[in-house]
Design a protein around this ligand. Structure first.
Ligand code: CUA
Length: 398
């Protein structure tokens, strides 16, 4: 019976050992034209790599995961790199094999018969099932080990800090007994968390939302955030209704930038934070200052600002949402402003602005929802005089 399939004709097939593949013949005598034809791809690839790798310079990258500055980040990087290189090896072998085979055995005019089929080859099937399983098993040993290690209870002298994810800023409350303020309640900061160097900080993370339209049991705006300070360690999701924990520490004094890493609404991309790590003496001075109530200003403009803050400005009340230690302002709905102008409080409003930028603060008070879309801070229609006085007051709160 004559086959109608051209692949099944009786001609000798090119994969017969006695007939070299046309590509193999070509490969032994590469023409200059062939090289020139492939060159543009190499040029393009090199150009693309050059553009890509310019982003890899170490300087000026405050959120560089590859520049660990604490033991947790160090351990995570120490796991990342071997796993990464294993993945690179797998990629190169598998993709290289695919590309090589696609080129080596590509379709050519006049050689259009089906190559020898090898499906159902038990040895190959078993091989490529066992090999990846072995690779995974090898990678799993250090991975699981580190997961356990990082989940362990922190050391006894760890500093305990509760992290509150709000829409859209981070609040921090220092919950240890020796972190009680002189005016009642615990030391609390917003946007910036200050820690001592070389000491474990045990964070308990909660998504607290706001109480503006909710209740104590059911806060509104309670959404999932993710706490991430890349140079100090990997991220931890902050899930409403759960208390998650994370232990980090910093090797050197300095400022470490962080960022919410879970989409949480309009300002997610600008829900930033900073960790300021201080030497022991600076830390103790900072704690002592934080225990003090908010400064009562003597400067007349700042004093007027304080009066506006406590008794109403524009058509609203600052104290509906903010706390200033030692005054009637005690709401926890918005950031605690007791030490707004402390030098460690480098940034405000989700760290969108540097605190030393007075004009930014004025602009923020002038029209919060214009400069921070979706902000829960209301526009109280403040006059320029009121803004000037409030700015003066806030900068007196060292
Ligand atoms: Cu909070 Cu994204």
């Amino acid at each position: 019976m004559r086959s109608s399939n051209r692949f099944e004709t009786g001609e000798r097939r090119w994969y017969s050992p006695s007939v070299p593949h046309p590509a193999a013949r070509a490969a032994t005598t590469p023409s200059m034209r062939a090289i020139a034809r492939t060159k543009p791809w190499w040029v393009l690839a090199l150009a693309a790599a050059a553009v890509l790798f310019t982003a890899c310079s170490d300087s000026d990258l405050p959120q560089n995961t590859f520049a660990p500055a604490g033991p947790v980040a160090d351990k995570q990087a120490g796991l990342f790199w071997p796993v990464f290189w294993v993945a690179v090896a797998v990629f190169v072998i598998v993709e290289g094999g695919i590309v090589w085979m696609a080129l080596r055995f590509r379709h050519r005019k006049g050689h259009d018969r089906l190559p020898k089929q090898i499906h159902g080859n038990t040895r190959l099937e078993v091989g490529w099932t066992i090999l990846p399983a072995l690779v995974i098993a090898v990678v799993m040993v250090p991975t699981v080990g580190l997961i356990w290690e990082l989940a362990a209870e922190p050391s006894d002298d760890a500093l305990n800090v509760t992290v509150e994810g709000h829409q859209w800023w981070w609040g921090f409350s220092y919950t240890d007994d020796d972190m009680q303020t002189s005016y009642g309640g615990q030391i609390a900061t917003s946007d910036v968390v200050v820690i001592p160097v070389d000491r474990d900080v045990h964070f308990s993370l909660e998504s607290v939302g706001g109480l503006i339209g909710g209740t104590a049991e059911q806060a509104d705006y309670a959404v999932i955030h993710s706490f991430w300070v890349p140079k100090l360690g990997g991220k931890q999701d902050v899930v409403p209704g759960h208390t998650e924990t994370l232990t980090l520490s910093a090797d050197e004094p300095g400022t470490y930038w962080g960022q919410c890493a879970e989409y949480c609404g309009l300002q997610h991309g600008r829900m930033k934070l900073r960790v300021v790590a201080l030497e022991q003496a600076d830390w103790e001075a900072w704690v002592a200052n934080q225990k003090q109530p908010g400064v009562v200003p003597t400067d007349p403009l700042a004093a007027r600002g304080m009066d506006l803050f406590l008794n109403g400005a524009g058509n609203g009340q600052c104290i509906a949402c903010h706390a200033i230690g030692g005054t009637d302002a005690a709401s926890a709905a918005g950031p605690d402003l007791t030490h707004f102008a402390d030098p460690t409080h480098e940034c405000f409003a989700g760290c969108i602005w540097e605190t030393n930028d007075r004009e930014a603060l004025a602009e923020w008070l002038r029209n919060p929802r214009d400069v921070k879309l979706g902000s829960k801070m209301p526009d109280y229609d403040l006059s320029e005089d009121e803004i000037e006085a409030l700015v003066a007051y806030l900068y007196s709160l060292t």
